[in-house]
Design a protein around this ligand. Structure first.
Ligand SMILES: [Zn+2]
Length: 449
């Protein structure tokens, strides 16, 4: 939006205002073909999206949410006796967690030192910054689920996330790799704690995302930290995780305690699912979707057919509050159910052959005679029709056959930019992946000057 306002000012001969708005957009001027309405930026060192920085006092003087410092949302709770600081999760990187903690210290005079770290689940974006806490003296006590190592193994054994960049190694001797995650206290059942006079209930759940999820409930404040149990992609799409029934069980656990405020592991989730009642109302439509997907699998439907069938559960159309949340979950619910029930051979013959992208490129170029100009023309027509995925697929297959083609490189960049734009606010993993494929580094919105 800033970029388009900049273009208007530029056209009307006001270059100063145009430059200022362009800087606010975080986009280079050449990319005025695109419209980004989310405030997320991609971190140039990691490729992870980060929103605008903000400290929110969720419960005055007691519960603080720190957004935009780290990929994950960071939370701190001042204990009732005001002598202890409880951190919920340990973020993605030690430097960003440190920056968040220091910003909070500057904001809240007399903030006590962290004494406890409660881990909602052992995903890299919730334990990756733990060394910041581990190096404090005295070292805070870490609490996590007893089966945290199961989740660490799921992450370690999967493929790399192609959207993530490895930060360049700093000069000097190579840094010592972080010590393996070793929580001090393992939670295997519902547990009541009192830390500095603050009552805390820890509730192990299966949840929708990882097997090692834990709810952190502060009953006296009506606040519950829920980690990523309601993550709309039901876990990382690169990993064998995600559990729809676990999500339903966890929603029931949350609803039984009826907290006023749900605080999720990411700001966007809190924005959408800050009320437990909304999650409760989503259960029936998502169960309907699961049943439709299973019925489709039994009929031998292709995954793409189920995705394109526009499955809308009864009641969703009549309830405006449910429409966006339902759609945020829909694609991933179908994908997870399909993956969990269908083996490597699929009805559309996917997985039956052993062909590579290069084989498919050979089909197009060597056998069907697709020349570079033909490919460019086809991609232009596909993008004009809004069929960006199909254009991207054709380019993944055939573009490597024309490695020196500037026209194809430009077309590929544009297709992935349009896909980044399309999924910017509905699918964070597609946003990251397509931004990385486009070679796009999105600057922070509104951070100019
Ligand atoms: Zn997360």
């Amino acid at each position: 939006v800033y970029a388009h306002l900049a273009a208007i000012h530029r056209r009307q001969g006001r270059p100063d205002q145009a430059a200022e708005l362009q800087a606010l957009s975080g986009l280079p001027e050449a990319d005025s073909r695109l419209t980004f309405t989310v405030a997320s930026a991609t971190d140039p060192t990691t490729g992870l999206p980060i929103g605008p920085r903000r400290i929110t006092e969720v419960v005055p003087g007691t519960v603080y949410a720190l957004s935009g410092f780290d990929f994950a949302e960071l939370y701190f709770v001042v204990s009732r006796d005001r002598r202890q600081l409880i951190a919920i999760d340990a973020g993605t990187r030690p430097d960003t967690v440190k920056a968040a903690y220091e910003a909070l210290r500057a904001r809240v005079p007399g903030l006590p030192a962290p004494t406890t770290v409660l881990i909602t689940h052992a995903h890299f974006d919730h334990i990756g910054g733990r060394s910041f806490f581990e190096r404090l003296a005295p070292r805070p006590t870490f609490y996590a689920r007893q089966n945290y190592a199961v989740e660490l193994a799921v992450q370690a054994d999967g493929p790399p996330n192609p959207a993530l960049r490895r930060p360049p190694a700093p000069a000097g001797p190579p840094p010592t790799p972080p010590a393996p995650f070793r929580p001090d206290v393992l939670i295997d059942r519902r547990t009541d704690l009192a830390i500095g006079g603050t009552r805390i209930e820890l509730v192990p759940i299966r949840g929708g995302e990882t097997v090692d999820a834990m709810l952190v409930h502060l009953p006296d404040l009506g606040v519950m930290f829920v980690g990523d149990f309601a993550m709309v992609l039901l876990g990382s799409p690169y990993r064998d995780e995600g559990n729809l029934d676990g999500l339903f069980e966890a929603i029931d656990e949350v609803a039984r305690r009826n907290p006023k405020i749900l605080l999720h592991g990411h700001a966007a989730l809190t924005q959408t699912f800050g009320a437990a009642s909304l999650l409760v109302r989503l259960e029936a439509p998502l169960a309907w979707l699961r049943d439709q997907t299973v019925a489709g699998i039994r009929r031998g439907a292709e995954r793409g057919q189920l995705q394109q069938a526009n499955l809308i559960a009864p009641g969703v159309l009549q309830d405006p509050e449910l429409q966006l949340p339902y759609l945020l979950f829909r694609e991933s619910v179908i994908n997870r159910i399909y993956d969990q029930r269908v083996g490597p051979w699929q009805p559309d013959l996917a997985g039956v052959d052993v062909l590579t992208q290069a084989d498919r490129g050979a089909l197009l170029v060597d056998y069907l005679g697709v020349t570079e100009p033909r490919l460019v023309a086809a991609v232009q027509k596909l993008t004009a029709d809004g069929r960006y995925e199909l254009a991207a697929t054709a380019l993944e297959w055939a573009a490597p056959r024309y490695p020196r083609s500037a026209a194809l490189q430009d077309a590929q960049r544009f297709v992935y930019q349009k896909l980044t734009e399309k999924y910017q606010s509905v699918n964070i993993f597609k946003f990251m992946l397509y931004a990385a494929k486009a070679g796009e580094v999105l600057g922070p919105v509104g951070a100019a000057r």
